[in-house]
Ligand binder design. Structure first.
Ligand code: NAD
Length: 473
């Protein structure tokens, strides 16, 4: 843990395991209530001076952190693969994506513009300034253990907020490595703090109730997000919530089904399906179902599951036993209600995989609204295919979910694509595009997928207060 510029040891520790091998790869301190108090006190005290620094000072520190991240890209990626499981190439991509936020917000810090507003009164002037919200409590998940940290910390620090980070209990080592980068970059003591903990509840409660914390930024499941949002609301905290998703992907009849299957297989099996924007309900026109399913299944079949450090691995493990059970339950439920397993549909244990949490890349056809997988977020390497007849039907089915994070469209007709883009109730829509994300673009969801946006200028606004000055002259 890192509090007020000091590394804290001497607490009881909990182990961190490699999900591909089951090996313990390290231990981290389990924070106490005193540590929570110390971190909040440090961030609160540091805020007094930090908020007075110019955006240029904050920009330089963020830029230095970006340089350090890029220099250590391979080391960070290797640590991520060992701790989280994704193939090394995917980890390298994530470190780059994570670093992009530091660079983007190093630049954006200089554009914390206010405004001057004309008054109806001759002797009055209005001036609007942006000021930092205050101390921020940040809670991050394990599936993107580095980029979810920088996506929050970079705009918070650029705005002049101080931060306490609580990473997921499965991936605290990536968070520790990021703290070392912030320390080496020269952020003053107390500006960035890290609490590692096995049971997150007391930290979550403190972030939502302590009057010194002014904002909670959370990425994780919708159920935990709702609970924390309720508690934060009772204490009038600002919140950003990046929650679950259940992305639809629509392949329209004018699209090439083979090209669409290629794209959707890449995004579906990315991070073993453990992504909030993973396509979880794939709608294909009934006339194109056959070639689409053939191509998707053949691509799923060719993916090699294994340790992400091994060259040629295309699919890493799931994060833990519970994740395997959840995926397997959804698949069994779908099959019992009439779905067909085109490929996969089982845990993988052969060839040295028995110590890890591997599940075969799976394609299900004949999926219907009666199945669990149609409603519940999957978070695993399962591609459920649903056929449809008309544009109106498919838009209604795609929107028939409480989630509203990402959606995908394949179409070669500009009118069809634009109508679908406008009709879908989702915050991020990829049109013939499987990677509609960037530090420069606003990321976030509608409905129960969350509140607020990360990245882009919207991401900075999340950490700013608007202050109005009315000057009588
Ligand atoms: P999770 O909600 O179980 O955990 C997320 C974080 O919350 C972890 O740090 C965990 O320790 C903490 N947490 C859990 N219970 C808590 C409590 N009572 N008080 C305080 N903190 C608590 O989710 P997860 O399984 O780690 O992550 C997967 C979920 O995250 C999925 O639903 C996924 O869609 C979502 N996610 C969303 C985005 C996005 O940007 N919208 C990005 C990545 C992941």
């Amino acid at each position: 843990m890192y509090i007020n510029g000091e590394w804290i040891t001497g607490r009881s520790e909990f182990p961190v395991t490699n999900p591909a091998t089951g090996e313990t790869i390290g231990t981290v301190p389990d924070c106490t209530n005193q540590d929570i108090e110390a971190a909040i006190t440090a961030a609160d005290r540091a805020f007094i001076e930090w908020k007075k620094t110019t955006p240029y000072v904050r920009s330089r520190l963020l830029y230095r952190a970006w340089e350090l991240m890029i220099r250590q890209k391979r080391t960070l990626a290797e640590l991520m693969t060992r701790e989280q499981g994704k193939p090394l190439k995917a980890s390298l991509n994530e470190v780059q994506y994570g670093a992009d936020f530091l660079l983007w917000f190093a630049e954006e810090a200089k554009r914390l513009y206010g405004q001057s507003i004309p008054s109806a009164r001759e002797n009055q002037r209005f001036l609007v300034q942006k000021s930092p919200v205050g101390v921020v409590g940040a809670i991050t998940p394990w599936n993107y253990p580095i980029s979810m940290i920088t996506r929050k910390l970079a705009p918070a620090l650029a705005s002049g907020c101080t931060v306490i980070l609580k990473p997921a209990e499965s991936t605290p080592l990536c968070a520790k490595a990021m703290m070392e980068i912030f320390e080496d970059a020269g952020f003053p003591p107390g500006v960035v703090n890290l609490l590692t903990v096995q049971n997150p509840e007391p930290v979550g409660k403190a972030f939502c109730t302590d009057p010194r914390i002014r904002k909670l930024t959370f990425t994780g499941s919708t159920s935990v997000g709702k609970e924390l949002n309720g508690l934060a609301a009772a204490n009038m905290k600002r919140v950003s919530m990046e929650l679950g998703g259940h992305a639809p992907a629509i392949v329209f009849p004018d699209a090439d089904p083979v090209h669409a299957a290629k794209g959707l297989s890449l995004v579906k099996f990315l991070n073993t399906g453990q992504a909030c924007i993973s396509p979880n309900r794939i709608f294909v026109h009934e006339d194109h179902a056959e070639p689409f399913i053939r191509e998707l299944s053949s691509r799923a079949n060719r993916l090699v599951a294994g340790n992400g450090m091994t060259e040629g691995t295309g699919l890493g493990p799931l994060i833990n036993e519970l994740a395997i059970q959840k995926v397997d339950t959804q698949v069994k439920d779908a099959v019992s209600r009439g779905a067909r397993v085109e490929t996969g549909g089982r845990r993988l244990t052969d060839g040295g995989l028995s110590d890890g949490y591997f599940y075969a890349p799976t394609v299900l056809s004949g999926v219907t609204a009666a199945m669990k997988i149609y409603r519940d977020e999957t978070f695993g390497p399962v591609a459920p295919v649903i056929t449809y007849r008309s544009e109106d039907d498919v838009i209604a089915m795609a929107n028939d979910t409480d989630y509203g994070l990402a959606a995908y469209i394949y179409s070669n007709d500009i009118g069809t694509a634009m109508r679908a883009f406008e009709a879908l109730d989702f915050g991020i829509i990829g049109i013939n595009d499987i990677n509609p994300t960037s530090a420069a673009a606003p990321f976030g969801g509608m409905k129960t997928s969350g509140l607020g946006r990360e990245g882009a200028k919207e991401g900075l606004e999340e950490y700013l207060e608007t202050k109005l000055g009315g000057f009588a002259i």
